[in-house]
Design a protein around this ligand. Structure first.
Ligand SMILES: Cc1ncc(C[n+]2csc(CCOP(=O)(O)OP(=O)(O)O)c2C)c(N)n1
Length: 458
C-alpha cells in the first residue's frame, strides 16, 4: 500500500512540474487494490480501473516499466500510443480498462468462461466504481455471469462519487450489494479501508469460488480523497466528510495496528519508505533516460491487425449447388471440428438452432458448452468473446439480425478493433450477422417514385 501511495505522491509532483499530463488518484483506496490482488493467485486474471495502481504494484511490475508507460516510452506497454492505465499485459495477467469503464465487466465474464471450459479451478476479479455500475454493461455482465454461473468477483469500489455526482444521484438503493438479489448472486459489503478485512474476506470468498465456481458481487465501502483527476478538485465535498474519511486512512491505520502489535517499529516504516523512495527514483531515472519513440507509419499500420497466415483452401473438384444458408452452416460446422475449443454464442442458437436454423443439431454434435444460448445482451456477449480471446479461446458471436450489432457497438469499435494496436492483444473473434433485403422489418428511407410508391433503399 505504501509503495502505491509513494508513487502517487511522486506523480502529483511530476504533474505540477508538467512532466505527466493527467493523474487519477487512488489515495485512500489502496487497501482494496492490494488486498484483492493478494487474495488472487498470480495466474488469475485481474481487470483494474483507473484508481487501481495497487494492482500493478502488487503484481510486482518493475516500476521503470510503469513509469515508461506513463512517459510514452518503449519500455511501457503500448509503444507510446497511450500514457495511461489503458493497457493489459499477459505477463502479469492484468487486463487494463478501456476508457468506457463498463466493458471490463463483460470481458471478465469471458475469461471466467474460459476457465470453466478448460476445467481450471480459477477465478477472475474485475473492478468498477460506483458510477460505472449505472452503465448497461454492468447489468448485462452480472446477468450473464449469473445465468452461466461464472467464477467472477465483481469488485465495486464505492468511493462516494462518480466524478462530482454523489452516490444518491447515481443509484437508488441502500447499497450496491443489494442488487445481488436481483441477479440471483451472492453479495457482500466489505470495509474497503481496512486491508486486513479486505484481504481476509476476499481470500475466503476466492477459496470458496475456486471450489464452487460462481459469481460474487462485492461492494467495498471507501472514499475518494482527491479530485476525480487532479485538475477537477474536490470543492463539492464537505470538509466534515473529508475529515471523517481522513481518519480512516488505510495506511496510517494499518501502521498503527502493526506498531501496537509490535510486529514492526516506526524505524521499520522509515526504512521501508526510504527503500521504496529510492526504487521510485531509480525507476523514474530509467524511464526519463529512455529515448523518445519516433513513430513511423509502417510500424503503426502493421500493428493495427494481428498478423496471421492466410491458408487458402481450393474448391473441391466435385462441386455441388447448395443454398447459401446451408453453406454457412457447413462452414461453421467445419470450423467447430477444426478448432475443438471454438465456442459459438448467440440468441436462440442452441436447441432451437437459431432463427435461420444455421446451428440446427449443433448442440447434439458439439454440446451446450460450445453452442451457447445467450441472454439478449449484445454488448456483454461481444465483451465475453474478447475475454475468451484473451484466455486463448476462439469464438463466433451471432447477432440474431445484423441491425442489433449496434447494441454491441462500443466493445466492437473500442475493444475488439483497438486492442491489438494498443497493447498487442488479438481479438480472435468472428461477429456473424445475417442481413438482407426483401422482408421489410427494418427501416428504409421512403422516397416518392414517379408512380408515387415508396421505393426501397437498400
Ligand atoms: C461511458 C463513459 N461515460 C463517461 C465517462 C467519463 N468518466 C470517466 S470516470 C467517470 C466517473 C466514474 O465514476 P466511478 O465509476 O464511481 O469511479 P471513480 O472515478 O469514482 O473511481 C466518468 C463520468 C467515461 N469514462 N465513460
Amino acid at each position: 500500500m505504501l509503495k502505491s501511495r509513494l508513487i502517487e505522491e511522486k506523480m502529483l509532483i511530476l504533474l505540477r512540474q508538467g512532466k505527466i499530463s493527467k493523474w487519477f488518484s487512488g489515495i485512500g483506496q489502496e487497501a482494496i487494490s492490494v488486498g484483492v490482488t493478494l487474495a488472487l493467485d498470480a495466474d488469475e486474471y485481474i481487470l483494474p480501473m483507473h484508481r487501481n495502481l495497487g494492482v500493478f504494484t502488487t503484481r510486482e511490475i518493475p516500476l521503470f516499466r510503469l513509469f515508461s508507460q506513463w512517459q510514452g516510452k518503449a519500455n511501457g506497454f503500448t509503444k507510446g500510443r497511450d500514457r495511461s492505465f489503458h493497457f493489459g499485459t499477459q505477463d502479469y495477467k492484468i487486463i487494463g480498462m478501456i476508457s468506457h469503464l463498463g466493458p471490463q465487466l463483460g470481458v471478465a465474464d469471458g475469461i471466467a468462461l474460459a476457465h470453466i471450459l478448460k476445467k481450471e479451478p480459477k477465478l477472475t476479479a474485475v473492478f468498477s466504481g460506483d458510477g460505472g455500475t449505472s452503465e448497461g454493461d454492468f447489468h448485462e455482465a452480472l446477468n450473464v455471469a449469473s445465468v452461466w454461473n461464472l467464477p467472477v468477483l465483481f469488485c465495486i469500489e464505492n468511493n462516494g462519487y462518480g466524478l462530482s455526482t454523489p452516490s444518491n444521484e447515481q443509484y437508488n438503493c441502500e447499497s450496491i450489494a443489494d442488487r445481488g438479489v436481483g441477479y440471483g448472486m451472492e453479495a457482500h459489503v466489505i470495509e474497503g479501508n481496512n486491508v486486513i478485512e479486505v484481504f481476509s474476506k476476499v481470500d475466503a470468498i476466492a477459496k470458496s469460488v475456486r471450489k464452487n465456481p460462481r459469481p460474487v458481487l462485492i461492494e467495498f465501502k471507501t472514499f475518494r480523497m482527491r479530485g476525480h483527476e487532479e485538475a477537477s478538485g474536490t470543492k463539492y465535498v464537505s470538509k466534515k466528510l473529508m475529515n471523517t474519511w481522513a481518519k480512516k486512512d488505510p495506511i496510517s491505520n494499518f501502521e498503527s495496528f502493526l506498531i501496537d502489535k509490535k510486529i514492526i517499529s516506526k524505524q521499520d516504516i522509515e526504512n521501508f519508505k526510504q527503500s521504496v523512495s529510492s526504487e521510485i527514483q531509480e525507476g523514474l531515472q530509467t524511464a526519463f533516460d529512455e529515448p523518445l519513440i519516433i513513430p513511423d507509419l509502417e510500424t503503426e499500420l502493421s500493428d493495427v491487425y494481428k498478423p496471421f497466415e492466410y491458408i487458402a483452401v481450393d474448391p473441391e473438384s466435385k462441386q455441388k449447388e447448395k443454398r447459401f444458408i446451408d453453406a454457412i452452416s457447413e462452414g461453421l460446422k467445419q470450423s467447430m471440428e477444426l478448432h475443438p475449443d471454438l465456442v459459438i454464442m448467440g440468441q436462440d442458437i442452441a436447441e432451437y438452432g437459431g432463427v435461420f436454423k444455421i446451428t440446427e443439431n449443433f448442440v447434439e454434435l458439439f454440446g451446450k458448452e460450445r453452442v451457447r444460448n445467450t441472454p439478449i445482451c449484445e454488448s456483454a456477449i461481444v465483451e465475453a468473446a474478447m475475454g475468451l480471446s484473451i484466455a486463448g479461446i476462439k469464438s463466433v458471436v451471432e447477432m440474431q439480425f445484423a441491425d442489433f450489432v449496434s447494441s454491441g457497438f462500443n466493445p466492437i469499435v473500442n475493444y475488439l478493433a483497438k486492442s491489438h494496436y494498443r497493447w498487442g492483444q488479438a481479438a480472435d473473434i468472428v461477429v456473424r450477422m445475417p442481413c438482407g433485403a426483401g422482408l421489410q422489418p427494418g427501416r428504409f428511407i421512403p422516397k416518392q417514385t414517379k408512380l408515387g410508391l415508396p421505393k426501397r433503399q437498400v
